[in-house]
Design a protein around this ligand. Structure first.
Ligand code: THU
Length: 162
């Protein structure tokens, strides 16, 4: 017999950076700062990502666009791939993301795209420990997600390849 199941998850919404604990506020500030260095001449949409590792290191990245559009890469993947390259095997605690547009004020949190969710999920699955996300626009609320799996339910992972 068919069974209906409900998938739910919790987020925390902060109204202001001041409501975050200092390490996390600093991480978001790093995402905001690195956002400005994004190379986004085609979309004018700049994203910054700051990855906090278990060893206390912070690795940052921003979106890098290309005249051949699909060859560009999102900020989140630039940052986590850089973290994986620089600190292989070191666990990821938190990723802070901030987005801004030259065309309008981004006043709600920008969540990672599907490809980035999948890429972040690879690391979360590998380390068997949730990766926390802190999401912000230019202004407005900040959303905290406790795990990437929450925003990628029924995800694909390496167990299917065994
Ligand atoms: N972008 C990111 O960097 N992260 C996301 O999660 C969504 C989109 C970038 C890709 C592209 O350079 C620009 O934003 C517009 O899609």
């Amino acid at each position: 017999m068919a069974v209906k199941k409900k998938i739910t998850f919790e987020i925390t919404v902060f109204n202001d950076l001041k409501e975050l604990e200092s390490t996390e506020a600093e991480l978001l500030n790093r995402a905001v700062a690195v956002r400005e260095n994004a190379y986004a001449p085609y979309s004018d949409f700049k994203v910054g990502a700051a990855v906090l590792l278990e060893n206390g290191e912070i690795v940052t990245g921003n979106n890098q666009e290309n005249a051949s559009y699909p060859s560009g890469l999102c900020a989140e993947r630039v940052a986590i791939f850089y973290a994986g390259a620089k600190f292989p095997g070191v666990q990821i605690k938190t990723i802070a993301i901030s987005a801004a547009s030259a065309n309008h004020k981004v006043d709600s949190p920008a969540a990672p795209c599907g490809n980035c969710r999948q890429s972040i999920s690879e690391y979360e699955f590998k380390q068997k420990k949730p990766i926390k996300l802190l999401l912000m626009g230019e202004v407005g609320d900040i959303i905290q997600c406790n795990s990437i799996a929450d925003i990628l339910p029924l995800g694909f992972n390496s167990t299917f390849l065994k």
